[in-house]
Design a protein. Structure first.
Length: 363
């Protein structure tokens, strides 16, 4: 993707703590400039095995320059667990970390969510900085303060809102990102553009060489999410729109044990499912519905999943546990011509299973 040339900061306003998203190709230089007396502060650096392999020099430099402990987890959603949180607590306690020390998360969404939740709950909150290394985490999971872990394979069931002190975005990390992971990031970008920004959607549709547009695409996606969360940080209405595709998507991740489908792939299937409901209900035009299908196909994302009836019933039961639901209703986010609407189904209604049977198998 090349070097980052934006040299900009995007300030995100939060009721908990304002923070900046800093575009920089010098992670260590940015840490030095932003944190006073960094040499006197202990760092717990959290990453996964893949990131450590590709960015080994960065970690060696951190360990040379700072009082630094590095903890490496296995890549993948199954590391987002209370078991891993406990391991991090033990490192923090055994090495006498305090609230003034820093947990530095360098990795994708799993690393950021796990690190953020640990930081939020250790000593009722320690310092936390994000360095997202995947497209998905740069545009979505590192912005907005949501952190958490899975519980009994239920996606993000335990969590908090805990913004970082700041986030460092370096596009150079994307050079080593596998194509499948890159496409998963595009899934979240499509989600935001589809509901909120027709011009960005047009760029995604028409760009032949998407890598030449990535600085603009990432910056614009962050600005879209910033606007949404500043208007509704605690998900009372507008921020719910960012769950487009996620009610079904999270259930698919759980159904397959966070192994077979990556997050962005599961969300893509969820978006098509909800768009189909909106189309059938007259809230979405066929033209706009087809644009979603074309975009997902362009970025090699799935639009359908084949399940037998037993698995559909199992999926419907998982959907009922989604944290975005109310006590009696399941909530789906439907895209419309000019925004979104919330589609509510009673948990005990046969309509849940009937909709899954009907729309999962249709394009």
């Amino acid at each position: 993707m090349g070097d980052t040339t934006l040299n900009k900061e995007i300030e995100v306003h939060s009721r908990l703590r304002n923070y900046s998203v800093i575009f920089s190709k010098d992670v260590i230089g940015t840490l030095n400039s932003k944190i006073c007396d960094l040499s006197k502060i202990r760092l717990l650096v959290l990453t996964d095995r893949n990131v450590y392999f590709h960015q080994r020099q960065l970690f060696l430099n951190l360990e040379k320059k700072f009082n630094c402990f590095t903890h490496i987890i296995e890549p993948g959603g199954n590391s987002k667990s209370l078991t891993e949180v406990q391991k991090l607590y033990e490192i923090l306690i055994e090495n006498n970390f305090n609230k003034g020390d820093i947990l530095l998360a360098i990795g994708g969404g799993v690393v950021g969510d796990l690190g953020g939740f640990t930081a939020a709950t250790f000593n009722r909150g320690m310092r936390f900085i994000q360095v997202p290394t995947t497209l998905l985490s740069q545009v979505d999971s590192s912005i907005g303060g949501k952190v958490g872990v899975h519980y009994n394979e239920l996606t993000n069931m335990i969590g908090a809102i805990y913004p970082p002190e700041f986030t460092i975005v370096n596009l150079k990390f994307l050079d080593t990102l596998p194509q499948r992971e890159f496409c998963c990031g595009m899934s979240e970008i499509i989600k935001m553009a589809y509901i909120y920004n027709a011009s960005l959607l047009n760029v995604l549709t028409k760009a032949d060489n998407i890598s030449e547009k990535m600085e603009y695409i990432i910056s614009k996606s962050i600005e879209i999410k910033k606007d949404v969360i500043e208007n509704d940080e605690f998900e009372n209405h507008k921020r719910l729109s960012l769950n487009f595709g996620h009610t079904l998507g999270h259930a698919i991740e759980t159904l397959y044990g966070h192994i077979d489908y990556l997050h962005g792939e599961a969300i893509a299937i969820g978006m098509v499912f909800e768009a189909k409901i909106s189309l059938e209900g007259g809230k979405l035009s066929k033209i706009k519905y087809n644009k979603l299908l074309e975009l997902l196909k362009k970025y090699s994302l799935p639009t359908v999943i084949k399940l037998d009836d037993d698995r559909i019933i199992e999926l419907s039961e998982i959907i009922k546990t989604d944290k975005k639901n109310s006590s009696e209703q399941i909530h789906f986010i439907l895209p419309t011509e000019q925004g979104f609407s919330i589609y509510k189904i009673k948990k005990n209604s046969e309509k849940v299973i009937n909709d899954l049977r009907k729309y999962l198998w249709e394009r």
